[in-house]
Design a protein around this ligand. Structure first.
Ligand code: NAD
Ligand code: SER
Length: 309
């Protein structure tokens, strides 16, 4: 077995993914990388890698005998609107470098996450199907949709074993989110455990699909472990757990912390959130490779509050 390279490893997902990969495969078999230095020991080898630097990518793949890449580096939805061309360049160029590594046979397997941001204002909003109208109107959504098409293209034309899920908003306690539209659902717990009032940047009834990080990481590893013949969707799988609005998550937090207060001051992130589905149909992931979430909003809330306390 070759080694695993995680790109963008210091972010919200990478922090938990590296821990899970090290636990599963051992610290000698996982290499974490990012464009910035780690603030704490990632538990395995660490390398600086700018994901748009093709030569550095090739150097690390050869040096460490990498056969699997988890490519997490990207600019997320809210941040991408501030610098569209930079975000497009990072999100697309880095993906194409990793797909080319797959095409050349330098690596055997690639994970690249898509997002519910591939959907847009014309998409059916509830129980959104795997295959439906995808006309995103955010820079991030456009880059994720293009990325999905490239993944399927490289799989069909060149046999690249690329696997992907459309993550919903992810919530975890080990790291802070990096500039997305769903970030409020992490920040709210940090304020709640400190006994502070939370000001939400989305409207109180804006329902979005969400997932607890332990489920997201387990599902990602299960997809990567699945028999290639079972992975029929090579663009990206709908991937779902539960949905809630800011008002609903505040009510569930209040059941644990009765004094918790929330106020609403919607900003430009509401414009993005308003174009995304309120619930996702992930029947294909469940049927093809056995995806099943374990956490609900209530059990996630108890676990988040316990761990953050
Ligand atoms: P994040 O912003 O928390 O982390 C991204 C990491 O990439 C950061 O550590 C950053 O330093 C690094 N990075 C930035 N530019 C880089 C570059 N040029 N080269 C190398 N590294 C660079 O993001 P995340 O939440 O961990 O998301 C990871 C992936 O999952 C992204 O593709 C994102 O679009 C996708 N995703 C995340 C969510 C979510 O809720 N977190 C939902 C859907 C999809
Ligand atoms: N959580 C991500 C974001 O808000 C969804 O891709 O950008």
């Amino acid at each position: 077995m070759g080694r695993i390279l995680v790109v963008g490893a210091l972010g919200q997902i990478g922090t938990d993914l590296v821990t899970a990969l090290v636990k599963k495969y051992g610290s000698d078999n996982v290499i974490a990388s990012d464009i910035r230095d780690p603030q704490q020991d990632p538990g395995c080898a660490f390398e600086i890698l700018d994901a748009t630097d093709e030569n550095r990518f090739k150097e690390l793949v050869t040096h460490y005998q990498i056969d699997t890449i988890y490519h997490l580096a990207a600019t997320l939805s809210a941040k991408a609107e501030n610098n569209p061309l930079f975000s497009w360049d990072l999100n697309m160029k880095s993906l194409l470098i990793t797909l080319e590594l797959g095409k050349s046979g330098a690596i055997e397997k690639l994970f690249w996450p898509s997002s519910i941001a591939v959907f847009g204002p014309t998409t059916p909003k509830s129980n959104t199907p795997q295959k439906t109208i995808t006309e995103p109107n955010s820079v991030y959504g456009i880059s994720k949709l293009a990325g999905e098409r490239w993944c399927e293209y490289y799989h069909e034309k060149y046999g690249v074993d690329v696997r992907s899920v459309r993550y919903p908003g992810l919530i975890g306690y080990n790291s802070l989110p990096g500039g997305g539209t769903t970030d409020y659902a992490v920040d709210i717990y940090h304020k709640a455990v400190k006994g502070q009032r939370f000001e939400c940047f989305l409207e109180k009834d804006c329902v979005l699909p969400m997932m607890y990080m332990p489920d997201a990481i387990r599902g990602t590893l299960e997809l990567m472990d699945a028999d290639p013949k079972l992975v029929k969707e090579r663009s990206s799988y709908n991937f779902s757990a539960f949905s809630f609005s800011p008002e609903q998550i505040a009510d569930v937090i209040r059941a644990e912390l009765p004094g918790f207060e929330i106020a609403y001051a919607p900003d430009q992130r509401q414009e993005i959130a308003g174009t995304w589905p309120d619930s996702i149909n992930d029947a294909a992931a469940r049927a093809d490779w056995g995806w099943k979430n374990e956490f609900s909003l209530e059990s996630m809330t108890r676990d988040m509050l316990k761990n953050l306390s």
